[in-house]
Design a protein around this ligand. Structure first.
Ligand code: UD1
Length: 417
């Protein structure tokens, strides 16, 4: 089994060019289905999820090829509207093909994506919105059959929770709908702004992405374009946190500091010095991490749920006690047993985790259970005294391009075996 071997206690220092955002590239690649032509997507991160999305496009009859971060997709000859369990089972976010396939083909058959390591992942908000636009949705035992015998109809849809995936699916479904669609109480994540920018560049008429109301004026066709995927805000926060937890310094390039403001503020409050420019952030730490003010996850612009495990590891080494509340996913605390094995004092009560800081962590053999929890364990191992082994790294590498190589370039003693 692949693993990282880490000797902790090294001060990390260096500059990282941040990868394209995983949560942006997946919906943008899915959105190329709407185009019926050729698109070039730059800054695609080299991740297994990107490769799987390309595989899905090919299964649908599209052409997709790529090198050095740029993927060329030609969706002219799209010939299938079916996604099998073999594909959706590997990547839950493949549900993001639902909206664009329905809009382009008028029907879709898609196997349920199922749950994931973070707990059940319902899609009721996606389906409710599509039904309001006139789609007929049959929730069968094995799969979902969705069709729109008439063209989808623009309407006003209010989400009961600002789901990222539902916002993306409905925004894409509405691109070819008849008339105007108004989506209310939608997610405001930067990745949604990126998706809307891509679609508008192709000729869609979307306004308001990034606010809680998005308006889409239906159009009859799109044309291909070139688009550069935004920088990954969670990866940027992870590398900055790696510098902070080891008392080092790091610069990250290719990411907009505004996209990770809540995380930067927290790093600053815990004692790190931060400078930022348009697409560049610098952090310097003297190794003394202060306890955090209470952290509570919330939809953007609140503190991101994906950032929680990263800050949990920092809190374990901080001076004083910190309190975390997770409001988005049930199983976000997968790293706690591993951190405890390294000597962290963390008590979990449901959604709440109480961390007693001031602990010098020690190396241990631990296992990543999911992407961000795994990254949190690597950070803890970098700060710990002695040797750690982190297994389950296939989870980590779903979201971080060249993770061990980048950390090693910053001076970490890390080996991928
Ligand atoms: C996306 C991100 C993920 C991030 C999450 C929240 C991608 C590929 N993944 O996931 O990294 O952690 O946003 O920022 O972009 N919900 C429902 N019904 C629905 C849809 C969602 O109840 O129909 C609930 C979910 O169970 C969850 C919450 O809403 O508790 C948030 O889910 P959502 O915002 O949809 O997250 P994803 O799009 O799956």
């Amino acid at each position: 089994m692949d693993r990282y071997e880490i000797v902790g206690g090294q001060r990390l220092e260096g500059e990282i060019r941040i990868q394209g955002a995983k949560n942006s590239v997946l919906p943008i690649l899915a959105a190329t289905v709407l185009v019926g032509g050729r698109c070039t997507i730059h800054n695609c991160p080299a991740l297994s999820d990107t490769a799987l999305t390309v595989q899905i496009l090919r299964t649908l009859g599209c052409r997709a090829s790529g090198e050095q971060g740029s993927i060329v997709v030609d969706t002219t000859n799209l010939s299938s509207q079916e996604l099998s369990e073999a594909l959706t089972g590997k990547m839950r976010s493949s549900i993001v093909f639902l909206g664009p396939l329905l809009a382009r083909c008028g029907q879709v058959k898609i196997a349920y994506p199922g749950g994931c390591r973070l707990g059940p992942r319902p899609i009721d908000l996606h389906l409710q919105g599509l039904r309001q636009m006139g789609a007929i949705v049959q929730e069968r035992q094995q799969d979902l059959l969705c069709c729109a015998p008439q063209k989808l109809q623009g309407t006003r849809i209010t989400l009961s929770f600002p789901s990222v995936g539902a916002t993306e699916n409905l925004m894409m479904a509405a691109v070819f709908a008849k008339g105007k669609t108004t989506l209310c109480q939608v997610a405001r994540e930067p990745e949604i702004v990126d998706l809307a920018a891509f679609l508008n560049r192709c000729g869609a008429k979307i306004r308001g992405a990034g606010s809680s109301v998005i308006e889409i004026e239906g159009v009859t066709r799109l044309q291909g374009c070139e688009h550069t995927v935004m920088g990954d805000r969670i990866a940027a926060a992870t590398y900055l946190a790696a510098a902070a937890i080891t008392g080092g310094q790091a610069a990250v390039r290719g990411v907009d500091p505004h996209d990770l403001l809540t995380m930067l503020t927290l790093l600053q409050k815990s004692g790190s010095r931060i400078c930022r420019e348009k697409d560049w952030i610098f952090l310097k730490s003297d190794g003394r991490i202060q306890a955090f003010p209470p952290v509570e996850t919330a939809p953007y612009p609140g503190f991101p749920t994906d950032g929680l495990p990263i800050f949990l590891s920092l809190a374990a080494t901080a001076q004083g006690n910190s309190r975390f509340v997770e409001n988005i996913f049930e199983n976000r605390y997968s790293s706690i047993p591993g951190l405890q094995k390294m000597g962290a004092l963390i008590r979990r009560e449901g959604r709440v985790a109480l961390v007693e800081g001031s602990k010098q962590l020690h190396g241990a053999k631990v296992c990543a259970e999911d992407l961000r929890g795994g990254a949190g364990l690597v950070l803890a191992a970098l700060a710990a005294q002695g040797f750690s082994q982190v297994e389950g790294i296939q989870w980590i590498e779903r979201g971080y391009e060249h993770f061990s190589r980048n950390l090693a370039a910053m001076g970490a003693k890390i080996r991928r075996r």
